[in-house]
Design a protein around this ligand. Structure first.
Ligand code: MRU
Length: 364
C-alpha cells in the first residue's frame, strides 16, 4: 500500500545491499523509519521488540532470518539453531512456526552449497504468497461488505469495527482484516471504520495511520466503546485478524478480541475473522486450553508512548510508582462466537468441518 503516495510493502529485499529492509513499526504512526536487518540478532530484536509485528509479517521475517542463517553457515546444526532462536522470539502467532518449518522442510534435503540461494528464494516466495493470500481474503470479504451496503440507503456507509492492527503493515501487503476494507473503498462503497485503540500498545493508531493514508473514513475509539456502539446500532460488522486459529475454529487474537465477540453476539452483529491459511494451527483443537498466550510484561501497561506537542516521542508513566501491570497480549474467542472465517479460498464456517472442507489438502 502507499505511504505518502509511494507504494511500499512492510518488508522488502534490497538486492544491491543484499539485505532485508523493514519498517520499524515502533515509531509509527509518528515517524516512518526504515531499517536494514543484517544479523541474526537483528532479526530476533525486530520480532521481540515488535519492530515487525502481526502474525503473517512475523512469519515472513523469520523466513528471511533463516535465509541469512543459511548464508552464514548452511550446516544442519546451524539450521536447527536458527530455527530455535527465531522460534523463541514470540510464542502465540503460529505463522512463525509455520514459516520456519516450511523452510527447514525445503532446505534439509538440499546439499549445503545450495541452501543459501534456495532459502532466499523461498523467503521471497513466502512473502509473495502472503500478498496474494491477503488480496484474495479482501475479495472474499468484499462480498460481505457489498451485501450489507446493498441493504442500506444509497450513500450510507457500512460501519465496520476492527481491533488491533491486522492491516498491511501486519502482513507483507494488504492486511487481512483491512483487505476487504481496502477493496470495498476502492470499489466505491462508502465505509466508516471504528478503530479500537487496542491498549496497551495502541495498534489501533497503526490502523488509523493506514486507513488515513488510504483515505478511508474512520474514528479511533477506546477499547471499551465497542459494546456501547453495538447496542446503539452503530456497528454493521466486526472484522478482526487472528494470530492462531485452531482446527475447530477457535480464534486467538489480540487481547480484547473476545470481549468484542461477546458484545457482537449479544447484539446480533456479525463477527468475522480474516484468516490466512498459514494462521491455522491444525495440531490444536481447544484454543483456550492449548494456545500459549504471550505475557509482555508490566512496563507496556504502566507506561505509554506518544508524541508531545513539541514533537518529541517518548514514554510517560500512567500509574503510581510501584504499580505492577498485568499484560496477557492475546485471548481466545471460541468458535461459537465467530460468524465466519474469511480465508483466501472463501468464507468458511468457524468449525472443524468448515475448515477441513475449505482446506482438505492442509488439514491432515
Ligand atoms: O502483538 P501484535 O501487534 O503482533 O498482534 C497482532 C494481532 O493481534 C493481529 O490481529 C494478528 O496478528 C493478525 S495480523 C494480520
Amino acid at each position: 500500500m502507499k505511504v505518502n503516495g509511494t507504494p511500499y510493502r512492510s518488508l522488502w529485499w534490497d538486492g544491491d545491499k543484499g539485505e532485508l529492509q523493514i519498517i520499524d513499526q515502533r515509531w509509527l504512526p509518528h515517524d516512518f523509519r526504515v531499517q536494514s536487518v543484517t544479523t541474526i540478532q537483528d532479526f530476533v530484536d525486530a520480532i521481540v521488540q515488535m519492530r515487525v509485528r502481526g502474525a503473517p509479517l512475523i512469519g515472513a521475517t523469520a523466513a528471511y532470518g533463516m535465509a541469512l542463517a543459511m548464508k552464514l553457515d548452511p550446516s544442519n546444526a546451524h539450521m536447527d539453531t536458527a530455527w530455535d532462536v527465531l522460534h523463541a522470539t514470540r510464542p502465540t502467532a503460529i505463522n512463525l512456526r509455520w514459516a520456519l518449518n516450511r523452510c527447514r522442510a525445503a532446505l534439509a534435503p538440499l546439499s549445503e552449497v545450495d541452501r543459501a540461494a534456495a532459502a532466499l528464494s523461498l523467503a521471497h516466495v513466502i512473502a509473495d504468497e502472503d500478498v496474494e493470500i491477503n488480496r484474495n481474503i479482501g475479495l472474499n470479504g468484499l462480498k460481505l461488505i457489498k451485501d450489507i451496503a446493498a441493504k442500506k440507503p444509497a450513500g450510507e456507509p457500512v460501519r465496520i469495527l476492527t481491533h488491533c492492527n491486522a492491516g498491511w503493515i501486519a502482513t507483507v501487503d494488504w492486511g487481512t482484516a483491512t483487505s476487504p476494507m481496502y477493496h470495498a473503498h476502492d470499489a466505491g462503497i462508502p465505509l466508516h471504520i471504528w478503530v479500537d485503540e487496542t491498549r496497551p500498545r495502541n495498534q489501533g493508531a497503526l490502523t488509523s495511520w493506514e486507513l488515513g493514508s488510504h483515505g478511508i473514513p474512520h474514528t479511533y475509539i477506546t477499547d471499551n466503546a465497542g459494546g456501547h456502539l453495538m447496542q446503539h446500532g452503530q456497528v454493521d460488522l466486526v472484522i478482526t485478524g487472528t494470530d492462531r486459529t485452531t482446527r475447530a475454529g477457535d480464534v486467538c487474537n489480540k487481547i480484547g478480541t473476545y470481549l468484542k465477540a461477546l458484545a457482537a453476539h449479544d447484539n446480533g452483529v456479525p463477527f468475522y475473522v480474516a484468516l490466512p491459511s498459514p494462521t491455522i494451527d491444525w495440531t490444536v483443537s481447544d484454543g483456550v486450553a492449548d494456545i500459549p498466550i504471550e505475557d509482555r510484561g508490566s512496563r507496556e501497561i504502566t507506561h505509554i508512548m506518544g508524541r508531545s506537542d513539541t514533537g518529541e516521542i517518548s514514554d510517560v508513566q500512567v500509574t503510581p510508582d510501584g504499580t505492577t501491570g498485568g499484560n496477557p497480549a492475546f485471548d481466545v474467542t471460541p468458535a461459537r462466537l465467530v460468524s465466519g472465517l474469511i480465508t483466501e479460498r472463501g468464507i468458511a464456517p468457524a468449525s472443524e468441518d468448515g475448515l477441513t472442507s475449505m482446506f482438505p489438502d492442509l488439514a491432515g
